[in-house]
Design a protein around this ligand. Structure first.
Ligand code: PMP
Length: 358
């Protein structure tokens, strides 16, 4: 057995990841996630498909990177001083990442979230010491929307900032300086396509911009769920339609071009629309064939990566991100009743329905 101190040689011999350098607190532990070769899907398509294991971040999701990036940027710019308050409007992972960073760096954390969110998320944020304000789930245009309430709350306090994950470009920059370079190194620069979905757009724009600068031939694609307007926007060359419909894929989908996406949206090669039936089926497939327990946005990303690999042809190398684990959604994604309420029970191949045990 490996002892407390990791042995690089023993790890390599067993094929484990080999980073063995001590890191500085929570923020130092974010990033440097493995790039997982998805064997069964790669063999099925004759391409090489990889998922970046963002669920391995210490706060459990890709949003730890944005949380660290935004807070360190605010510290550097003198926008926040020790003992200050960090306020955000978020339905989930960003809040959890920020709550961790706040505990680790001595800030108070206040989170405004729509009152439709799961009790698990509210409980976790509270356990991490955040002050949670559930507010009515109303559209962005309404002044009572959780984002506007967060902004106003921060403006009234001394030594407080609203982190503004959608339009604060320290978010995309965190991916430009970490996720992008990691993928470039892990693929040794041999990458034909990168595709992922967007919430704030930080991941897509940050990673995409870095990869494009390194290798202009690498195609960058958007994967979009139902209820988002960006698929339409990209495929029509800039037509913004009204938002309608919804998806089971929490944390993604967007009604506007955020500052984090910015003009990078014009550099995308294209967009794929992925229906919920395919995403939920992939949640189960990834579990069954790859042993990966991931959330629906990760599954949607993998469906999109497979479709992109098919477009690019046999032998192509495509990377996507596995945003978080299924734990935060398991009472839904693995519940027969919930799946039936969304008319998704039949979307899962019969042989895999045995995993829906809740
Ligand atoms: N997946 C999940 C589960 C998320 O919470 C988010 C962020 N809301 C994303 C994907 C999208 O990441 P980004 O904000 O960088 O576009």
């Amino acid at each position: 057995m490996l002892s407390g101190l990791r042995s690089t040689v023993a790890q390599q011999a067993r094929g484990f990841a080999t980073s063995n350098i001590a890191v500085d607190g929570f923020t130092g532990a974010v990033g440097n996630t493995p790039l997982i070769y998805l064997k069964s899907l790669s063999e099925q398509t004759g391409s090489k498909i990889y998922g970046k294991a963002e669920f391995q971040n210490p706060g459990g999701s890709i949003k730890d990177r944005a949380a660290v990036g935004i807070v360190l940027d605010a510290e550097e710019k003198g926008r926040i001083k020790p003992g200050g308050t960090i306020v955000e409007g978020t339905a989930g992972n960003t809040g959890i990442g920020l709550a961790h960073v706040c505990r680790a760096r001595g800030y108070k954390c206040v989170i405004f979230m729509p009152n439709t969110q799961s009790q698990e998320k509210i409980d976790l944020l509270s356990m991490l010491g955040a002050e949670v304000h559930p507010v009515p789930a109303v559209p962005y245009e309404n002044p009572l929307n959780y984002n506007h309430q967060a902004k106003e709350y921060a403006e009234k306090l001394e030594n407080a900032i609203w982190t503004d994950q959608f339009d604060n470009t320290a978010n995309a920059y965190a991916h430009y300086i970490s996720t992008g370079p990691e993928i470039w190194e892990q693929t040794k620069g041999d990458i034909d396509g990168f595709i992922c979905s967007t919430g704030t757009g930080g991941t897509l724009a940050g990673v995409g911009k870095y990869l494009k600068e390194k290798s202009p031939k690498t195609q960058i694609w958007l994967a979009d769920p139902p209820g988002s307007v960006l698929y339409q926007y990209v495929s029509t060359g800039g037509q913004l339609v009204e938002r309608s419909g919804s998806s089971i894929t929490e944390g993604i989908g967007q009604g506007r071009v955020t500052n984090n996406l910015g003009t990078f949206i014009n550099d995308l090669t294209g967009a794929l629309h992925i229906p919920d039936e395919k995403s939920i089926s992939m949640v189960y497939q990834l579990l069954d064939s790859e042993g990966l327990y991931v959330g629906a946005s990760s599954a949607l990303n993998v469906v999109a990566a497979v479709e992109l690999a098919q477009k690019l042809g046999k032998g192509s190398k495509v990377v996507t991100v596995l945003c978080d684990g299924a734990h935060r959604y398991q009472s839904r994604l693995f519940s027969k009743t919930w799946l039936e309420s969304k008319e998704l029970g039949e979307a899962i191949p019969e042989s895999l329905r045995k995993y829906a045990v809740l």
